[in-house]
Design a protein around this ligand. Structure first.
Ligand SMILES: C=C(O[C@H]1C=CC=C(C(=O)O)[C@@H]1O)C(=O)O
Length: 419
């Protein structure tokens, strides 16, 4: 086969996408989204995007799932025709992704380029249409009414409360023997609703209750996370590391005081921020600036937080940076390999896409990849079912009942959205 023919075959094999972005009159409301399921959403206090339809979907697995997803997206951009006079983060050809926590998870990592995106920021709103057909017209879809969930039940998943406190006690012993410094353990809760779960209602409730977080919905992974792995704008990366938490059941002030004076939480935070700093040393083209630890207040918990920022070195993107950081010691532990082995053996859950990168990337190199925390995975086959996850960092000084209370406080974020 001559080189010309090879080149022709490669180009014709690619999905050529046409993406057109235009200014829109106003930001969308949940009532503008036609269907209750299979939506893509990203909402913050200052902007957001909602998308639906599938112009292209990539699926990835194994240890190189992040770089493979980036290559897939880069190839699609190279072949695409993009008309984007709005040119702001999230405009043009934009994809939403959710990745598995573990290299060996049964849950596949997916990146979806929707057919339609409605976005907004503080400068205005836009609409993007993405299609394989250059002349495709937008046909207004009938809007299905937003539905309530009816009666909702939840029960222990694979690891119940006693199982979790025993797992914490076993991990504390192992830490005392010096086998690791920190291990993050999680548990899960099964949620069953009377009527189908409507994603539009869930996202509306999460954004109202947690306006300072990043609310996300990608391939049924839904939540409101306070932790950002890699947010990139024009090659500049910002990261927020969280670790060390206190429930606000006795009030915000009491929680802040308890957290500030807890040596266990301060040390726990240090492992997480060091793990991110270590990754940033390789990914940054210049100095890495740090601010923290400070206290992040959320309605249900307070956290120790450190923000980092740096310019990305050539060759890195938000997704490959997030992939190289993952799993940080905020969700894995220290040292990473030992912690992952302990998680596999003692927690023994398939975490699916919990505690892994979730977010979006656009054709200009902007992206937000947060950690999928305070979340539930909506069952993609049964609209009445979801599985919520929450965990916490276990240290040698951890007390099993306190760690359980911390997971309860963290669960309350997503469980309240189902009430
Ligand atoms: C693992 C979770 O939280 C992480 C993020 C913030 C604080 C954490 C902690 O204090 O343990 C965890 O590292 C979770 O919410 O499921």
């Amino acid at each position: 086969m001559d080189p010309y023919q090879v080149c022709f075959l490669l180009v014709s094999d690619l999905t050529r996408l046409f993406a057109f972005t235009r200014q829109a009159a106003s930001r969308p409301s949940p009532g503008d989204i036609p269907h209750p399921r299979k939506n893509l959403m990203w909402v913050t206090a200052t902007g957001g995007m909602v998308g639906w339809g599938e112009a292209a979907v990539g699926t990835f697995e194994g240890p190189d799932r992040f770089t493979a997803a980036q290559r897939w997206f880069d190839d699609i951009i190279a072949a695409a025709i993009i008309d984007d006079p709005v040119a702001r983060p999230g405009t043009g050809l934009t994809a939403f992704g959710t990745f598995s926590f573990s290299d060996t998870s049964a849950d596949i990592s997916t990146v979806t380029i929707p057919q339609r995106i409605l976005g907004w920021d503080s400068d205005g709103a836009w609409e993007t249409v993405i299609s394989t057909d250059q002349n495709s017209n937008i046909t207004a879809e009938p809007i299905e009414p937003i539905g309530d969930f009816g009666h909702v039940d939840w029960s222990a998943g694979h690891l119940d409360e006693d199982g979790f406190t025993s797992a914490v006690a076993e991990t504390v012993e192992l830490l005392a023997r010096g086998e690791a410094k920190k291990v993050v353990l999680a548990r899960d809760i099964d949620i069953v609703s009377e009527f189908p779960m409507d994603e539009r209602l869930l996202v509306a409730k999460l954004t109202r209750a947690f306006p300072s977080t990043w609310t996300y919905l990608v391939s049924g992974m839904i939540g409101a996370t306070p932790e950002m792995l890699a947010s990139v704008r024009d090659g500049h990366l910002t990261t927020r590391v969280l670790a060390g938490s206190w429930p606000t059941t006795q009030g915000q002030e009491a929680a802040e005081y308890a957290l500030r004076s807890s040596a266990k939480d301060i040390a726990e935070h240090r492992y997480a921020s060091d793990s991110v700093l270590h990754a940033l040393d390789i990914q940054a083209s210049g100095p890495v600036r740090a601010n923290g630890p400070t206290i992040l207040h959320l309605p249900n918990v307070v956290h120790l937080a450190t923000d980092f920022e740096a310019d990305l070195a050539a060759g890195w993107t938000g997704l490959t940076a997030a992939g190289a950081m993952h799993p940080t010691a905020a969700v894995g532990g220290t040292p990473t390999d030992t912690a992952l082995e302990v998680i596999d053996r003692i927690e023994a859950l398939d975490r699916g896409r919990y505690a892994a990168p979730v977010g979006w990337m656009d054709s200009s190199g902007n992206s937000d990849w947060a950690l999928a925390l305070r979340c539930a995975q909506l069952d993609q086959n049964d609209p009445h079912r979801a599985r919520a996850f929450a965990g916490g960092g276990i240290m040698e000084r951890s007390v099993p009942q306190q760690e359980l209370a911390e997971t309860e406080a963290k669960f309350s974020a997503i469980l309240k959205a189902f009430e």
